[in-house]
Design a binder for this molecule. Sequence first.
Ligand code: THU
Length: 154
Amino acid sequence: MQEHTESGPVPPEDSLDLLQAAAAARARAYAPYSRFFVGAAIRGESGTIYAAANVENAAYPVGTCAEAGAIAAMIAGGDRRIVEILVCGPGPALVTPCGACRQRIREFASARTPIHAAGPDGITASFTLGELLPMAFGPDNLEPGTPQNEATVR
Ligand code: THU
């Protein structure tokens, strides 16, 4: 079985630092249309945490999810792999990444990568990417290996 189809439980590390970063970003979210404020935080392979919030737009489809912003920050910051990601909504209802963001996360994560759903007061549930996006299409479908370290300006 390929790595990405594995979806066994991965014990989350102490993710309090991710929660704090995501909650802080969420407090600065720009969501005047939905009033649904979201923050996301990624722990990169270097250990650096990248956080972002959703940014809506008067032209509704142009708005971006918190996860997309956090991934952009990670790439600009020099990391290429997501070790762990946390999404912070208003709580207590479960907020997991939307379908498009699951695919965005897939680009830089494995099936075993933890995805935490949280509210400002704590983590509600934890999943693996394999559980949220089974049988996913990813970089390995286009070329063998890990192109994440290749596709960069030299
Ligand atoms: N949103 C996120 O930023 N991340 C999620 O995981 C779920 C949804 C945003 C998009 C939009 O700005 C608002 O929440 C309502 O859908």
